[in-house]
Design a protein around this ligand. Sequence first.
Ligand code: GRG
Length: 295
Amino acid sequence: MEFAELLQLKVSRVEEGIDRLLPAATEPPPRLHAAMRYSMQGGGKRLRPVLVLSASELFGPGRAADPVPAAVAVECVHTYSLVHDDLPCMDDDSLRRGRPTAHKAYDEATALLAGDALLTRAFAILSESYSEFPALAASLVAELAEAAGSRRLIGGQMEDLLAERSSRATPEDLRRIHLNKTAAMIEASLVMGGLCGGASDAWIETLREVGRELGLAFQIVDDILDATSDTATLGKTAGKDAKAGKATYVSVHGLEAARRIARERSDSAIAALRRLPGDTAFLAALAESLAGRRR
Ligand code: GRG
């Protein structure tokens, strides 16, 4: 099967899972549940949940638990972070995934609560869906909580906000911010997939390395697209980083060097991938497509 067809199949499995595992939009309070679904079902590349599914397939049949709930939980946390990132007190944006942001479509308080509810729903999905495998459930909860917490995703966001207000961030600062703000969730996606697939500790460490490199490459490309693309193509406001005086790979290293570093990180992710067992062709093609992505 072609890469695009395989990708579409995985995205469809994730989207069916989202529909099944989120509260119905009619369930009280309907405004809150509708806002959660609006944010989750409004497009998005589904990169992180596709990574969960793909990593789970590498370790052979027979030992695997269904990775779809873990994939949906990761997408819930990712989407919460975007809903909160778009709020007026953060990035103050009005466009996300090609549609009005949650606080524009609803209101600020509803968007804040929908983000909170997606974050907490993620952990409920893990505990409910893996109740037959308590050790796996505990590992998945720990992995997602660490990636989303104050040392990684939220910590990275805090440092990113502080870097906007201070003078120049160093390349080391920038790398740390990107590793936490973006790579942590990409790393956790691969690791959670590996856990569902029964990967050994050594394979989990290799998945972490792939996630770190892929996450860095992904955020550098995001920085490049913000500086070079347009709002219609991205489905979110372009040119925001320079306007906000944000530290990015483009502002710190320049466009050409940023392109070179993105390529290096991508190549390094693909080299680490090749050390994993099973058929890594889909993941390698995905890494390649992310390096050349347009949105
Ligand atoms: C706790 C108040 C509060 C806020 C949390 C943690 C956080 C806010 C925000 C960080 C979110 C963020 C903007 C991370 C950067 C990573 C990034 C490039 C996200 C966009 O990911 P894509 O391109 O998006 O995969 P789609 O829409 O395709 O899923």
